[in-house]
Each structure stands twice: as structure tokens, then as C-alpha cells.
Design a protein around this ligand. Structure first.
Ligand SMILES: CC(=O)N[C@H]1[C@@H](OP(=O)(O)OP(=O)(O)OC[C@H]2O[C@@H](n3ccc(=O)[nH]c3=O)[C@H](O)[C@@H]2O)O[C@H](CO)[C@@H](O)[C@@H]1O[C@H](C)C(=O)N[C@@H](C)C(=O)N[C@H](CCC(=O)O)C(=O)O
Ligand SMILES: Nc1ncnc2c1ncn2[C@@H]1O[C@H](COP(=O)(O)OP(=O)(O)OP(=O)(O)O)[C@@H](O)[C@H]1O
Ligand SMILES: N[C@H](CCC[C@H](N)C(=O)O)C(=O)O
Ligand SMILES: [Mg+2]
Length: 488
């Protein structure tokens, strides 16, 4: 496949061009190590290094065109140099042309928010599949093209990958695609060039301050997604989150809200919330769901709103929604036959998610039963959330085992110390710190009495543990199940 350079550059606002511009391009690349003959190399300024440093290397590897924010002083003859204000943005716009505008050939909905993105997009994918459509999914857990599953590396892939995956979705007949839009992705313009039919905001609470530095900047990153929605799209936000309105401030999209508390376009009333699931009243229709907790009432309501805004029959959508199951590793019961203790694996890795999940458990706990929480915090990520998560765990559990999440390149003992700083003095007696996650889970199960709940939080579906530079096999569900079999 080859495309004229001029064609690829058409959507860009070019500030300066040097060298020959008439040529055919056979590949777009933003990593010089993967550049090949007749490729256009896009030099992106990153968090670790700057793509501009690798322009010569890309040309060496065969790149004949370079899109960058600063043209090198020593230009090479025969090479096209194109200067733009934002190379990451240019990458998305060029990827869209390269793949023939796939996001315009299906209905693409993006979901952003601190928590609930994977849940919401997975529910949407499952709902639309149940309604008889072929759909695509880009999520933290996995990507899907119709029924075909692909491993996911990011919550939101890089721009080239997104447009490529959407192309495959269109070519295999998908009518809809549902994707997570992480704040990193919005900030790094990984969503540039995408034509969204709609955007959803779930909520915003403490996370990712390592990357965004301030909560204000984090809000701004999420808002950027709504700022780029076209007038043809819908913007559907959670009105019960005080930043819901902020997301709508500058959007050109049609504005819609959902709420459990206020007047909104899509409203639900929580009639029941117990260990079996949710009982809701939505648009005058009673809905039962196997999903757990009030936070999932929000996710379901958002899904219902999207279905309506995408033209589905509300009654059919609600009927199908009542059959939906939770995404993998989200409030996932682990109960091997014969176990008298209740195991739950959940992906809560933020203070708010942990609080919501523990509040849900507290709501259905039998009198006299206890909650034992096993939780850690990831390394090389937001440090500020560590003491807060420990405090939440202590406040809403009767016993806490602090342990490692994915320590990555940090010292796991040091991460534990930072978590311990959040343990209130009065709670010190109920907290154990065990670096080894397997041992921590087994200890929690050993401490549990019949009827007690063991919550293993933070890693959900993850099938590995990142220690140092290594990715070692690890599965919370398998470890918890084995411990419950041995100590039922
Ligand atoms: C911090 C972060 O988000 N980093 C992402 C970012 O990389 P970066 O900015 O660090 O890139 P860099 O290493 O500085 O390199 C800059 C540029 O030089 C290029 N380069 C580099 C070396 C070389 O020899 N030649 C060369 O051309 C690189 O290809 C790159 O284009 O852009 C890359 C390409 O899109 C991503 O793969 C990478 O994700 C890293 C691996 C990552 O861990 N990201 C996490 C934090 C993340 O994105 N998480 C969110 C989820 C958050 C949530 O749950 O809400 C996600 O969407 O997955
Ligand atoms: N609407 C919600 N509000 C608050 N907490 C939620 C909500 N939905 C899910 N959670 C909690 O957050 C955890 C993560 O949920 P989910 O994976 O859907 O979020 P996410 O936004 O995709 O996360 P990530 O940023 O890792 O991609 C769940 O396991 C649950 O504990
Ligand atoms: N998408 C989240 C995942 C966190 C999961 C947790 N297990 C960790 O490793 O910190 C992030 O990038 O912050
Ligand atoms: Mg996710």
C-alpha cells in the first residue's frame, strides 16, 4: 500500500516545508527503530525522550519524509521535512487518512473518567452484540473486532494502532466501536483524527497525579476529549459528579446528562442493592441486574443513555441490559465449591474505586461478618494515592493486609511504607504488611472466618505482576481460589 505524501499531509496545518514533497509513502512510523523504506517518520516529544533526536536514525532506516515540530539544522538532500505545531496531533490526522477514515464508517463512542471506563465500554460492546450488531471494543482488558479477541497493551492504544484497528472493524462489518479514552491518551493526542459519534464522562477522582501533576490538569486532559467532539456527536456526562458540567463547557456536541440524584436526560432510581445485584427503575421500567453496587447503577445508566442516543429502542435496550455481566476482574466472586468464606477480586486501584467497592460490600455483609482487604499500589505511578488508599481500606474493613501491586522499578518495601503512612493510629492493630502478594492473599484467607469477605483489590483481570523489569505470571483469582480451596 502506498499513498502520496501530499494526500497524507492534506489535513495538517503546515508551518514550514523543506525538501521534495512529491513522493509515495509506504508506512507511517513514530518509532525510528521501526522506520523502513519510504516511510514518513513522525517525531513526537515524549515523557522519556524526544523523537526529534531520532530523525537521522529514521532517515538512515529509510524514511523519506519527516513530520516534526522543529526541522533539524542539517537537512538531508532528497528528504521531505514538514514542520507542524503538534506532531502527536499530526500523527493521528495522518493515520486517519492512511486508513481511509475508518472512524467515519462506523459509530465510534469514547468513554472517559477515572473509574468505570472498561466496565462501560465492555457493557456497551456486550449490549450491542446482544442486540444483533457486530461491534468493536478497545479496552484495558482486551480489544475485540467482532468476536475476534486481541491482546490490549494500553487502555487507549497509540493513534496509528487505533485507526488500524478501526479499519479492521470496518472491513469485517462492524457497525459500532466502543473505546476507552484515558487521560494520558487525550493529553498525548492519541485520539487525534478520530470522528466520534459520542463521548461519555463517568467521573473524576484522584489518580495519575504523577503524570498530570495537578488535579486541575487532570480535569483539563479529560475535558480535551469533549472539546474535540464534533457537532454531530453527543456528549453524555454524569451529572452527580461535580465535573460533569465542566466537561460540557466548550463542547460542540449535543449535551446530555445522566443522574441518580437530579433531573437529567437519563435518570435511574436505585430500588435495591444487595449481594445478588441491582434493582433499578429506569424510564419507568424496572430493571434487575447482576452487577454489584451503586457505582454500577451509574455504569448501566450511562450504557442505557448511549444506546438511546445511538437510536436503539429503549425497552429493548433495557431488557438486554438486564442480562449483562460484569467485565472480567470487576467485582468478580471467587467461590470454589465448599468454601465458607466469600472471595472477591476487583480492579479498584484508586481511592474512590476502593471506597465504592468496600461500601458495596459493607451494605450486604451479614451481621457479625468481617471484611478483610488485601491491597497494594502500583510502582512508577501516582504516589499520592498510596496513603489515601490505605486509609480507605482501614476505614471500611475490619482487617487489612497491605501488599505489593505491580512494584515495577520501585522498592516494594518503600511503597508499603508510603501506604502505611495513611493508616490511622487507632487502626494500626488491624493492619499487616506482607510484600509477597501470594502470601498476603493466603494470610487473608487464613484469617477469615466462615461468612467473612476477602477483597483482593487492584489487579482485577491482570495475569501478571510487574517486578523490576520483569513481568511474572500472577493471577489474583487463581491464587485466591487455591487459598479458599485449601482453607475453605
Ligand atoms: C507515560 C506514557 O503515557 N508514555 C506513552 C508514550 O510514550 P513516551 O511519551 O514515554 O515516549 P518516549 O519513550 O518518551 O519516546 C518519545 C518518542 O520517541 C520515539 N523514539 C524513542 C526511542 C528511539 O530510539 N526512537 C524513537 O523514535 C518514541 O517512539 C516516541 O514516539 O507514548 C507511547 C506511544 O503511544 C506509549 O506506549 C507510552 O505508554 C507507556 C508505555 C505507558 O506505560 N503508559 C501508561 C502510563 C498509559 O498510557 N496508561 C494509560 C491508562 C491510564 C488509565 O488507566 O487511565 C493508557 O491509555 O494505557
Ligand atoms: N462508575 C464507577 N465509579 C466509581 N468506581 C467504579 C465505577 N465503575 C467501576 N468502579 C471501580 O473501579 C474499578 C475499575 O473499573 P474499570 O476497570 O471499569 O475502570 P477504568 O476506568 O477502566 O480503569 P483504568 O483507568 O484502569 O482503565 C472497578 O473494579 C470498581 O472497583
Ligand atoms: N490503568 C491503570 C492501571 C493500574 C493498575 C494497577 N494494578 C497498577 O499497576 O498500578 C494505570 O495505568 O494507572
Ligand atoms: Mg480501563
Amino acid at each position: 500500500m502506498a499513498t502520496a505524501l501530499a494526500e497524507l499531509l492534506r489535513p495538517l496545518n503546515i508551518l514550514e516545508a523543506k525538501g521534495p514533497q512529491e513522493m509515495e509513502i509506504e508506512k507511517i512510523e513514530f518509532d525510528s527503530r521501526k522506520a523502513g523504506p519510504r516511510s514518513v517518520f513522525v517525531a513526537v516529544r515524549g515523557t522519556q525522550t524526544d523523537g526529534h533526536r531520532y530523525i537521522a536514525q529514521a532517515v538512515e532506516a529509510g524514511s523519506t519524509a519527516v513530520v516534526c515540530e522543529a526541522i533539524p539544522e542539517a537537512v538531508q538532500p532528497g528528504i521531505a521535512y514538514i514542520r507542524v505545531a503538534n506532531a502527536s496531533e499530526a500523527l493521528g490526522l495522518m493515520a486517519d487518512v492512511w486508513h481511509g477514515h475508518p472512524s467515519r464508517q462506523l459509530k465510534l463512542v469514547g468513554v472517559t473518567g477515572t473509574n468505570g471506563k472498561t466496565t462501560t465500554v465492555t457493557l456497551l460492546y456486550d449490549l450491542f452484540s446482544a442486540l444483533g450488531y457486530k461491534a468493536g471494543l478497545l479496552s484495558t482488558v482486551r480489544n475485540k473486532i467482532g468476536a475476534a479477541e486481541l491482546a490490549a497493551t494500553h487502555t487507549t492504544p497509540d493513534a496509528l494502532s487505533i485507526h488500524g484497528l478501526l479499519r479492521e472493524m470496518v472491513d469485517t462489518g462492524c457497525d459500532f466501536a466502543f473505546m476507552e479514552v484515558s487521560s494520558h491518551a487525550a493529553h498525548q493526542r492519541r485520539i487525534a483524527g478520530l470522528h466520534f459519534a459520542g463521548g461519555v464522562f463517568t467521573n473524576i477522582t484522584h489518580d495519575h497525579l504523577d503524570y498530570h501533576k495537578t488535579f486541575k490538569a487532570y480535569i483539563e486532559a479529560k475535558k480535551m476529549f469533549f472539546d474535540i467532539l464534533p457537532a454531530t456527536a453527543f456528549a453524555l456526562v454524569n451529572l452527580d459528579d461535580k465535573r460533569g458540567g465542566v466537561m460540557l463547557q466548550n463542547t460542540k456536541a449535543g449535551r446530555y446528562t445522566f443522574s441518580l440524584r437530579e433531573m437529567a436526560d437519563f435518570r435511574a432510581r436505585l430500588l435495591g442493592n444487595n449481594m445478588a445485584g441491582l434493582h433499578l427503575m429506569i424510564d419507568g421500567q424496572e430493571v434487575y441486574s447482576r452487577l454489584m453496587g451503586e457505582f454500577n447503577a451509574y455504569n448501566l445508566l450511562a450504557v442505557y443513555g448511549v444506546a438511546c442516543l445511538l437510536g436503539q429502542d429503549p425497552v429493548e435496550a433495557l431488557t438486554a441490559a438486564s442480562q449483562l455481566k460484569a467485565a472480567e476482574g470487576r467485582f468478580d466472586y471467587v467461590s470454589p465449591p465448599g468454601a465458607s468464606k466469600i472471595g472477591i477480586v476487583d480492579y479498584a486501584h484508586t481511592p474512590d474505586a476502593l471506597e465504592k467497592v468496600l461500601q458495596t460490600i459493607a451494605g450486604f455483609l451479614e451481621p457479625g461478618s468481617r471484611v478483610i482487604t488485601v491491597v497494594g499500589c502500583g510502582g512508577d505511578r501516582d504516589k499520592a494515592k498510596r496513603p489515601v488508599m490505605a486509609e480507605v481500606a482501614c476505614r471500611l474493613s475490619q482487617q487489612v493486609v497491605l501488599t505489593s501491586d505491580n512494584p515495577r522499578t520501585e522498592d516494594p518495601e518503600q511503597i508499603l511504607k508510603e501506604m502505611q503512612a495513611g493508616v490511622p493510629g487507632l487502626a494500626a492493630h488491624m493492619v499487616l504488611s506482607i510484600v509477597n502478594r501470594k502470601e498476603a492473599i493466603r494470610t487473608a484467607v487464613a484469617l477469615a472466618q466462615p461468612g467473612d469477605v476477602i477483597l483482593v483489590a487492584g489487579k482485577g483481570h491482570e495475569k501478571y505482576q510487574e517486578i523490576g523489569q520483569e513481568r511474572l505470571p500472577f493471577d489474583d483469582k487463581a491464587v485466591l481460589a487455591e487459598a479458599l480451596e485449601q482453607q475453605p
